[in-house]
Each structure stands twice: as C-alpha cells, then as structure tokens.
Design a protein around this ligand. Structure first.
Ligand code: ADP
Ligand code: ZN
Length: 649
C-alpha cells in the first residue's frame, strides 16, 4: 500500500548488493538529491557506496522504517552510460552487483581525495607525426567512410604501422572535442605505447594499470570523473571502467591477447565489454592485431566488424624467415640445425631467444614418428597423463584410456611422454654452450622487481641466450636478437584445449616478430616432428588468415566457439568422492532441465587438488547464451561459473 509522506525519499542503487538482479533501495534525506549523486548509505551491517537513481515523495515501505542517507559524497556525477554498462555486465556475465561494482569502482572512494597526485595534462609540445604512408592513408579514408558506429579491425602484420594509424585517429577524435580510451594487454607494452604516443601527440596520457598503487589508480579514476576536456586514457582491461565523459574512440591494441579475459568474477572479456561500451557511448571501436582472435574474425565474416588490412611492413622491412626443422626427441633436445644456429649467433655476438612453454609440460603421450598426441575421440583435445592412475584422461569429458602401445594415428611403435621443463632446458643448454651467459625468464624465476634489471642485462648484451615462456614473445624489442627458436612446437600446437592451436599460432607469429628488428636479418627455428602439418605451413608463410580458416572449420566440426557458447562450472569439496558426487548430481539435473544443452563431464581438471580440496568440472555447450546465463545465475551452493572460458584445462 502506498502512502504519501512529506519527507524526501531517495532511491539508491547500492553497490554491494550480493544477488541478481540488482535492486534499488529507498532511504530518507533532508534535502533533494540529483540522480547520479554519490552517497554513503547503511546496508545490512555495513556502510556502502550508492548512487541516487531518483528522488520521490512516496515509498512502498513505511517511512519510519526507512534509514537516512549517511553522507553525500562530494563527487561529480558518473557519465550517462555508466549505470547501463554495470547493469549490462551483470546480465551478460550473470554476476551480482557487488562483484560488478567491486570491479568497476576504485577502492577507497569514500575517502577524501588527495590533491596533486596527477599533473594536469596540458599539451606539452606540438604534435610530432610523420606523414602517413599511402597504405595508412587508405585505411584512414576507409574508416572515415564507415558509419560512425561500425567497429573496425585493423589487421596489420608486426611493424606494418598500426600505431601510426591509431595516432591519426586519436588526434582527430581530440580535435572533435572527444576523449579516447586505449587498452594494451601488458604493463611492458603499455609503457612502450605511452612513451611513443606522448612524444607523437605532444600531450601526456592518463595511465592506469595494476602496477600503480590503489591511491594512484583512484586518482586517475577521479580525474576521469571530473574531467570535462578531451583526454587520452591508457590502461589494461580495467581501464574500461574509468568514468570517461564524452568518449569518442576506443582502441584495443593486440586484441587477441588472453589477458583481456578477467579470471575472477565478473569474468568479462575486454573486447566484448568494449563493444557494448562503444554502443552505449556512440564511440568508435578499433581493434588492432597481427593475429586477430578467431572470434573477432568470425564477426568480420558475419559483417559485424569491418576489416582493414596492412599486409606489409612499413618502409619495406622484411619479416624474419621461419624454418621448420624436423626433429625427434630421441636425438636430444636440439636439432643439428638449431645447434648450429645458436653457435653462429654466439659467434657473431648476437642474442637468441628460446621459447619453451611451461604448459607444454602437462604430460601427454605423443608419437615420435608422426608427432601426433593421443587425443580424445569425443572432444578432440589432447589427453593428459594422470600419473597416480597410470591412465590418460580427457579434461573435458573425463574419458580415460590405458596408454596405447602404438600410435592411434600412424600405428607406429614410437609413443613417448613428452615435455621437459624450462629449468632442465637451461641445464642442458649450459652444458652444450659452457661459455654462453644463459638466463631464464618465467614466473618461477622472475618477479616484477627483478624484471627491469634482466631486461637491462639483455639490452646491454650481457645475456647471450634467454630462455623463457610466452612472457618473452610479446612486445620485447631487442635489436641484437637474431635468432628465435621453439624447442617443442608440437606441444604448443597440440595443447590440451580447444583454443590451444590459436594461442600457439599467435604466440609463434608474435615471437618471430622479435627476431631481426635491428639491421641484422632475423631467423626463426621451429622444431617439430612433422613440418608438413597445415598449421605450420600457414605459420611459415605468415598466413594468419589461412590458419584461421582451417581452424574455424575445425571449431565448427567439433562444436566449439565461436559456433557454440561455453560455460565452465566447477565445484570444490573436501574429499574427492563428494566432489565427484556433487558434479554428477548437477550434471544430471542440468541434462533434465535443459534438453537443448550438451553437458561434458564431470571431469577432473589439471589442477584438481588444492590442499584437502578436490575440484571437478562440467563444461556446458549451447547455441543459446541465455540458457547458459540462466544456469550460471543460480548454481547449487559451492559452485563457480565462468561464461566464455578461453582456456579449459
Ligand atoms: P605496428 O604498430 O603495426 O607494429 P608501428 O606503427 O610501430 O607498427 O610501425 C613500425 C615502424 O615503422 C615504426 O618504427 C614506425 O616508427 C615506422 N612507421 C610507421 N608508419 C610510419 C610513417 N607513416 N612514417 C614514418 N615511419 C613510420
Ligand atoms: Zn573427451
């Protein structure tokens, strides 16, 4: 029953409501508040930040039961799209408001802002931009001809001049009086891009990433909130949630990078969110990559994204030569060709990068004759040895297999377990090249503090051979690296999940971009059991589209994204049997309730044991995303959900 009351009632969106859908709660206040004003209100036993949605004169709840607003924060209102974006995030990723707002608001918002943390970003120097090449000019013209809301993919090989195109688009957006948001996947790349853009545009950028303190990040967020003049913002995926007014352009550099997917709730993907943000704000979305993701390419095929290509390096520079070297494990770690190439590199006082992926150490059984790994008949993923059982397992559907004695592909008696770790590789190389200075870069050997000094030693050429995981493949720019090698290319290509080949092919192409950046020509050596594999042939020809076409057909055949939506569900229990039981019960329930989905599992994921806890997972596939968000919305207690997982192991 409604009744009219004299006092002022404000409806507030509280940011820590822990359920879906979001709800608005009424409070009383002694003054009229504008919608969009930030407030602190009591909620449950705590005080929480809220945003005023409306002021009213009546409420469904008795006036004396309404609590007063605790405090009005002295902050400008968020831009118009902000609440809509938060609401959409909740719906699309089946996440509740507390998880969403915890992600999009900076910590300590209720504290008094400190002044002077940021310098004002006035133009420092005149813009310094070299003229566009004919190819770049054509791309810019083509973009201008497109409707302003059309998303654009700039597919340009490494060194083709994508950044120069970004600069032009940024400048014209600023001239129109609008702001720009640029996302870069890693701190190293973002720092590099920042320096370059500040010099070329003659203005300083507002930068936010995980390397900053919480106070610094809050300062950038507050600056965006109060800023009314056009500005360029740069950051990692979380920069999407800066409250930028009057946004005209969103650029996502290296859009294929897996770090654009957040691995905790809300498990959003920055490219998807940026698409929505562009729709809500009217900004143009521009994606850039030499190896665009298969999802993005599928959207190009469906006409949702316009593609513009830059097929050659700027100024006629050559791409490195990629050599496919047939090599079998029984002959040791290095092929003769690679051994010789390293010797030559050391002789000429140049440097070598040796890529070895840690993920490749998940033990799989592969054939030394044909290079194929033993795969699951049903899911086409590589089966993994579970040493405790002595059996191979599929991490999607949980099928088990006694290790076969002959290769299922070629019937040769040549199967062996593969995978040596980076550490073992380092020891082996040190024995082979005792005078070389060898270092290792991976998560176990290096932390954020020791990284700069390692990069400096590399720059000064104190390191001859750098061994590393994918960390070394991205963005590093050392002019004296003339050799890039991958020891076990097959372990990358035949990784354990549906997107393994895509990530591997992209990584190899990015890694080969590290060779020959200076005056000396670069060389890339890929060791493999079978150089004839079509994927390797495409990589060797630097033919990303050729690779993508093959791989998309494969995804289509085996019902993977971008042709199906995926939901990963997992449960942790304090003993294996309980986890197992919970998983099969939920699996049965799902199959009954939703006849149009496919449930894979219960399966035991790679990291299935954590102390006393045991994890089991289910993978659900559907052509209807809505079905999956419904499932993710209300799983049984103890279950976690990841919509659109990109890696399943
Ligand atoms: P990408 O971003 O595609 O890897 P870049 O934009 O970094 O490529 O360009 C590669 C190299 O070519 C850089 O050294 C850049 O300075 C140079 N370059 C690109 N476009 C131009 C241009 N229009 N005029 C002069 N140099 C350019
Ligand atoms: Zn399977």
């Amino acid at each position: 029953m409604k009744r009219t009351v004299p006092s002022i009632i404000v409806s507030v969106l509280v940011t820590n409501y822990p359920r879906r859908p979001a709800k608005v709660f009424d409070y009383v206040h002694d003054k009229v508040l504008q919608s969009g004003q930030w407030v602190v209100v009591p909620f449950g036993k705590t005080q929480t930040t809220g945003i005023v949605i409306a002021t009213r004169t009546s409420s469904d709840i008795a006036l004396e039961k309404l609590k007063p607003v605790s405090r009005v924060l002295d902050l400008p209102q968020p831009p118009k799209h902000y609440l809509k974006l938060a609401e959409w995030l909740g719906e699309y990723y089946a996440a509740h408001p507390r998880a969403i707002w915890h992600t999009i608001l900076p910590s300590g918002l209720q504290a008094k802002p400190r002044k002077g943390l940021l310098q004002d970003s006035v133009a420092q120097a005149p813009a310094h931009l070299p003229p566009l090449s004919i190819e770049q000019e054509q791309v810019i013209k083509a973009i201008q001809k497109l409707p302003s809301q059309k998303a654009v993919l700039i597919q340009g090989i490494t060194g083709s001049g994508k950044t120069r195109i970004y600069e032009d688009l940024i400048q014209s957006t600023l001239e129109r009086g609008q702001s720009v948001l640029i996302l870069a996947p890693e701190i190293v790349l973002s720092t590099h891009l920042q320096r370059r853009l500040e010099e070329s545009l003659g203005a300083s950028l507002l930068v936010t990433h995980s390397g900053l303190t919480a106070t610094q990040r809050r300062a950038v967020w507050l600056k965006a909130l109060s800023n009314t003049t056009p500005q360029v913002y740069l950051g990692a995926r979380s920069a999407l949630f800066l409250p930028i007014h009057n946004l005209g352009l969103i650029i996502i550099d290296e859009e294929h990078d897996t770090s654009y997917k957040q691995d905790q709730s809300p498990r959003y993907h920055a490219v998807t969110v940026a698409g929505r943000l562009a729709q809500l704000t009217g900004a143009r979305l521009v994606l850039g990559s030499a190896t665009p993701s298969l999802t993005t390419l599928e959207l190009v095929h469906r006409g949702r994204i316009a593609r513009l290509s830059l097929p050659t390096r700027h100024g006629g520079a050559k791409l490195p030569e990629i050599m496919l070297v047939e090599h079998h494990n029984k002959h040791g770690v290095l092929s003769d060709q690679l051994h010789h190439a390293i010797e030559q590199t050391l002789e000429h006082q140049q440097q070598a990068l040796i890529l070895h992926n840690k993920r490749g150490t998940a033990r799989r059984l592969s054939c030394d004759s044909c290079g194929q790994a033993v795969r699951c008949d049903h899911c086409d993923t590589t089966m993994i040895l579970h040493a405790d059982l002595g059996r191979l397992k599929c991490h999607l559907c949980n099928r088990e297999l006694w290790p076969p004695s002959r290769c299922p592909s070629c019937n040769q008696d040549d199967l062996r377990y593969s995978g040596i770790g980076t550490k073992q590789l380092e020891t082996t190389l040190q024995q082979l090249f005792p005078n070389a200075h060898i270092e290792r870069l991976d998560r176990d050997s290096i932390d954020r503090d020791s990284l700069p000094s390692l990069l400096e030693r590399m720059q000064r050429r104190e390191i001859n051979i750098l061994i590393g995981t994918q960390m070394i493949a991205k963005g590093l720019d050392f002019p004296h690296v003339s050799l890039v090698a991958i020891i076990d290319t097959d372990s990358l290509l035949h990784g354990t999940d549906f997107s393994a080949s895509e990530r591997a092919a992209s990584l190899i192409i990015q890694a080969s971009g590290r060779a020959g950046r200076g005056n000396i020509p670069g060389r890339v050596i890929l060791q493999t059991h079978n150089p004839q594999q079509p994927i390797l042939q495409a990589i060797q020809a630097h033919d990303w589209n050729g690779f993508a076409t093959q791989e998309l057909i494969h995804r289509h055949t085996f019902h993977y994204p971008p042709y199906r939506w995926l939901l990963r569900l997992w449960v942790r229990r304090s003993n294996a049997r309980n986890a197992e039981r919970a998983a099969s019960e939920f699996s049965d329930l799902l199959a009954q309730k939703y006849p149009n989905i496919e449930v894979l599992g219960p399966a035991t994921p790679l990291h299935h044991k954590d102390g006393i806890y045991h994890t089991r997972q289910l993978i659900v596939r559907s052509t209807q995303r809505k079905t999956l968000t419904d499932i993710a919305d209300s799983p049984p207690s103890g279950w976690q959900a990841d919509l659109d997982p990109i890696i399943i192991i």
